[in-house]
Design a protein around this ligand. Structure first.
Ligand SMILES: CC(C)(COP(=O)(O)OP(=O)(O)OC[C@H]1O[C@@H](n2cnc3c(N)ncnc32)[C@H](O)[C@@H]1OP(=O)(O)O)[C@@H](O)C(=O)NCCC(=O)NCCS
Length: 170
């Protein structure tokens, strides 16, 4: 059962190579409103992308996950979940729905140690049915989706090709 509590980032695993991901845990985090903004995660130098900042947008249908090793937050994920048949022209039939990863980041000091791969496994275990997809932003992160064996959904038109593409687990 997922807990619903905010996570503080109070350390790094910098000196602990290699990392065992066997005890990686996943909790769902709910945004809290303070004045006019929704806060989901604490600010942290380990999470360098702008995706985790407080926002004036209503949470809507988005979900947020925090992954921890030994009480230290090592990855974050934001996703949209549609738990009903959801065919799209690009992805085809998705009779069991779609879990679309909108943002996914592993703590800067713990990258390339299997945490991203293991985090995807935990998401799949928690949500066994929907098809997993992800929006990819840049050439560097393509290596990750390629590395875990996901399929790059190429736009048909050559001139539209860019690093901002959708990946799909199958
Ligand atoms: C992309 C990201 C999530 C990968 O997380 P990670 O924990 O470092 O990835 P893993 O260690 O689980 O890597 C799994 C496989 O992906 C591939 N891979 C991951 N990062 C790679 C890189 N920088 N270069 C080449 N291959 C890479 C490898 O095949 C790797 O398997 P291997 O280590 O057995 O060779 C992490 O680098 C990150 O947070 N980047 C910034 C944010 C981002 O780009 N998010 C993704 C788009 S939303």
């Amino acid at each position: 059962m997922l807990e619903n509590k905010p996570i503080s980032h109070d350390g790094t695993l910098k000196d602990e190579k290699p990392v065992s991901t066997d005890t990686l845990s996943m909790v769902e985090v709910a945004p809290r409103k303070a004045r006019t903004l929704w806060h989901t995660f604490d600010a942290s130098k380990e999470f360098t992308r702008p995706w985790w900042k407080a926002s004036s947008d209503e949470p809507g249908t988005c979900h947020w996950l925090s992954f921890q090793l030994d009480g230290i937050e090592v990855a974050r994920c934001k996703f949209n979940l549609i738990e009903k048949p959801h065919p799209t022209p690009q992805l085809g039939d998705m009779p069991e729905g779609q879990l679309d990863i909108l943002a996914f980041e592993v703590a800067a000091s713990t990258r390339r140690r299997g945490i991203g791969r293991k985090a995807l496994e935990l998401i799949r275990r928690r949500y066994p049915m929907p098809r997993l997809t992800a929006l990819n932003d840049d050439a560097e992160s393509r290596k990750f989706w390629d590395g875990v064996g996901w399929i790059r959904q190429e736009p048909n038109e050559v001139f539209m090709r860019s690093d901002r593409v959708t990946y799909s687990e199958r």
